[in-house]
Each structure stands twice: as C-alpha cells, then as structure tokens.
Write a protein that binds this ligand. Structure first.
Ligand code: FAD
Length: 449
C-alpha cells in the first residue's frame, strides 16, 4: 500500500490524514508536539484549538462558513464529526469543548488501521515520497526557513492577537447577565449562551482613554504592516475612532439588561462560554496586544469584571503563510516540487474551519494520486472550490493575505445589477453550492472506485 506523509497534526493535517486513510492509503503523521512546543498550543493532542473555541456560524443557508461546515460533514470529515460531538451552546454559532474535541480526534485517528503518528519534528523539505506540509501559523523556524529557501522568498509573517479568558466565578452577576443577542437560539441554553456587561457613557469614555493610554507590546518597524482586518486588536480599533468599538464588538443592540431594564446601555461587552463546564468565558472580539499588567487594569474597568481573574490573558501570535497564487498548482502542489502539497493556514486561508477544509482536499488529492487516479478540484460554486480557487489563482499574488471563506469568493448568482435581497441571494449561493458539492463527491467516489 502506498504511503502518504503529513507534517503537522493540526486542523489541516488531521483532516487530511483521515480522508486519505479512508481512501485506503497508509498515512504517517509527523507531529513535533509535545516534544517541541509552540507558545500557543498547550497539549500534545492533535487538532488542538489554540485560541477561540468557535467554528463560527453553523448556518448553512445564509453563511459561507456554515456552508463549509455542511460540505465537510457531507464528505465525512473527522473535524466536523468531533466538533458536533463536543458542541457547546452558542446561539447560531458552533462552539466546541476544546479538550474533549482534540482528544477524540487524536483517539480516532490513532485507532485507524491505516494511520500512525511519529512524534518528531521535520526540519527539512523531504526530497522523495508524497508529502503534505500542514505545519500551520506556528511552523517551526527550521522548516519555515527551508520552505522560504525553496520558494525563493522571505517567509511572510504577521501578528494577530488572542482574546482573554476569564473564570466565570469571578464575574459579578449583579451587574452582568446571560442573553444571546436578539435572544437567538432554539433552546433556552442557546438563548443564554452569552454573558453581557453594560457600560454607560462616562465608563465607555474612560475605558477608551485607558485603552489608548495602555502600555502595549512594542513591534519592530514594519512588523505590524500585515494586520488581518478580521482580527484587529481592540486598542487598534479604538485608535481608528472613539466610536469604532461601539459599532463593533461592543455594540449595545439586541440586549436588555434585567438589572436596569429602563436604562439603555451605551456599550456592551459580550463574553462567550469557553468550555462545557461553563467555568471559563472569553471576551468576544477582544484580541489585544496590551501588556499583561495593563490588560488586567483596563479590562477590570468593565462593569462586572472589576474582580475578574484571568485563565489566559490576550497575547500576540505569528502567522506563517506562503504566496499560494504563485507557488501552488490547482492540486495544491508546490509547482517546483510536486511531491510536496500544502494544506491549512500556511496556504493562506484563515481559521480553523478553512484550514481543516484545505486539509480535506489535500488528503483526497494526495490519496488519489498515490492510487494512480486523479480528482478534479471542486467547482468554484462550492465553498471548498471557492476557497481553493482563490488561493491557487483567484487571489492577486501581489496583495495576497490570509482569507476567510465568504460569498465574495463565489461566482456571482446575480447578473450585474441584479436586485434580489441579501437573504434570497445567500440562499441561492448555498443551494447551488450544495448541489455542486454533492455532484463532486459522487464523481470523486466514482473516480476512486
Ligand atoms: P495547526 O492547527 O497549528 O497545526 C499545525 C501543526 O503542525 C501543529 O500541531 C504543530 O505543532 C505542527 N508543526 C509545526 N511545525 C512542525 C514541524 N517542523 N514538524 C512537525 N510538526 C510541526 N483560527 C480560528 O478560527 N479562530 C481563532 O480564534 C484562532 N486563533 C488563533 C490564535 C493563534 C495564537 C494562532 C497562532 C492561530 C489562530 N487561528 C485561529 C488561526 C488558525 O486557524 C489556527 O491556527 C488553525 O489551527 C490552523 O490550522 P493548521 O492545521 O493550519 O495549523
């Protein structure tokens, strides 16, 4: 039986291994943890979620990432199966109990007869065999250097920030309350998945002042150039305008304070449950690069969080990604070394779900190749196809930045000037995608048979 080697057992590597093993090839996952640690991972588990515990919207009719969930479930993906198994109530989002999730992905992969795991780092580019490189945003420096040398460019890197996590029992519930925005959710648990902290105008103004004045981690010149817009630190949002946060993560809409039902809050900070036990809550959208001491002081200005204890403070992270539009072919192979495929965040997609999705494709492509077959890439009408088409050619190579899945990547459903409302349009996108994805899966099955 032919063998596929995968470097990195994260979101992408785990899904790639599962897909390839299910198609009948042998898989060896090479994972450096726990031997070599990263600053963000805490365990030696495969598929560890390093920051937020959310897979974002699970709405497969109106949301592109929800559609990606749907496509991965239809393809028998291990990441979605285990995310569903360990889902936490979160309104319309798919939040996950991170530790049991990663543990069950690890156990299921290791018990597959075709999969083995080698707990060693790989620090050079393999010269023969069939490989997938899925080493993620925190690719080890040695391997990153080897990739940079082969691709003839400096490894691109930028910084994102991590949102702080707070112990529930240190939150003052005489000020905070449970409620999902617009009471969204099917069950009572979902309708109360968020915890809210209200601010009046003077508190908000003082908070913004403190945020602007707080000591932040210093960057070297040029390091901040690549901030990803979807993950801006709160202090950077505040720098863009005093009202920016009130229209972003602190917007005071769709929520009613039961402690003061007659007073409309000027701003509201939301926290989301971070584990099944309900003992940890993360502050939604509050990525930050404030220094630890300053962070505690500023965040304790939030009503309800005066006595907050932090399970994890916000921090800064590096990202590593290649210029996929110039370097990769449509099968996500390195053009200069086609025995090497890339998958996950390192290809320039952004997010757990998108990373796992690229792993799913890479695993299937590689397995088919090893079995003497080939699979056409999925059409761009699907979420999978839209993403992979974007990174392997759709994106402008000169301005290439990490990308979340979104309907902007899909071929338009409306001719120019079409005037259907958004909900109707999104439903057309998702209906069309589901049909195309089901057809692609059927063909892939035929090809593989
Ligand atoms: P990973 O899941 O990181 O997997 C890569 C694996 O490769 C790791 O297990 C690593 O140990 C291993 N590895 C690295 N180098 C080597 C080597 N040389 N040899 C062997 N093994 C190696 N996305 C979200 O959707 N939500 C978030 O909240 C979020 N927060 C993030 C916070 C931080 C600090 C970081 C760094 C990223 C965050 N991301 C987030 C982005 C990204 O989606 C996740 O990092 C995701 O896990 C990427 O999946 P991946 O499989 O590409 O990489």
């Amino acid at each position: 039986t032919p063998t596929l080697n995968i470097i990195g057992g994260g979101m992408a590597g785990s899904e790639a291994a599962w897909q390839a093993a299910q198609m009948g090839v042998n898989v060896v996952i090479h994972e450096m943890r726990p031997k070599v640690e990263t600053f963000a991972h805490r365990t030696g588990d495969l598929a560890e979620m390093v920051c937020s515990n959310s897979f974002r919207s699970d709405d497969s009719e109106q949301n592109a990432v929800g559609l990606l969930h749907w496509e991965m479930r239809a393809a028998g993906g291990i990441i979605m199966e285990m995310a569903d198994k360990h889902a936490l109530p979160a309104g319309g989002a798919l939040a996950v109990d991170r530790d049991p999730f990663a543990q069950s992905v690890t156990a299921k992969l290791k018990s597959h007869p075709n999969i083995s795991v080698s707990y060693e780092p790989v620090e050079t580019l393999p010269t023969d065999g069939t490989w997938i490189i899925a080493t993620g945003p925190l690719t080890s420096p040695g391997l990153a250097k080897a990739i940079a040398a082969e691709t003839g460019q400096d490894a691109l890197a930028f910084f994102d920030a991590i949102a702080p996590i707070i112990y529930f029992d240190t939150i003052n519930m005489e000020k905070a309350w449970f409620q999902s925005r617009y009471d969204k959710g099917e069950t009572e648990e979902e309708r109360t998945a968020y915890l809210n902290c209200p601010m009046d105008k003077p508190t908000y103004e003082a908070f913004i002042d403190a945020l602007l004045a707080a000591e932040k981690t210093e960057f070297k010149p040029g390091e901040t150039a690549g901030y990803f817009d979807g993950c801006l630190p709160i202090e950077v949002m505040a720098e863009r305008g005093r009202e920016t946060l009130r229209f972003g993560p602190m917007k005071p809409v769709g929520l009613t304070n039961p402690h003061q039902p007659d007073i409309k809050a000027h701003a509201i900070v939301q926290l989301r449950r971070d584990n099944a036990l309900g003992t940890l809550f993360n502050i939604v959208g509050f990525q930050t690069k404030m220094k630890y001491g300053a962070q505690k002081q500023v965040l304790r200005m939030i009503p309800g969080l005066e006595e907050a204890q932090f399970a994890r403070l916000g921090g800064i992270h590096r990202n590593t990604f290649i210029n996929s539009p110039t370097l990769l072919d449509a099968q996500i192979r390195l053009k200069s070394q086609p025995h090497l495929r890339f998958a996950g965040q390192i290809t320039g997609v952004e997010g757990y779900v998108e990373s796992a999705a690229m792993g799913l494709l890479a695993g299937r492509f590689a397995a088919a190749e090893l079995l003497g077959q080939s699979i056409q890439p999925p059409p761009p009408e699907t979420a999978m196809g839209a993403l992979v088409t974007h990174i392997t050619g759709g994106a402008d190579a000169k301005t290439f930045q990490p990308m979340n899945v979104n309907f902007g990547l899909f071929p338009p459903v409306d001719a120019k000037g079409g005037r259907r409302n958004r909900a109707t349009r999104y439903k057309l996108y998702t209906d069309r995608a589901k049909q195309a994805w089901s057809q692609w899966l059927d063909h892939a099955r035929l090809d593989a048979a």
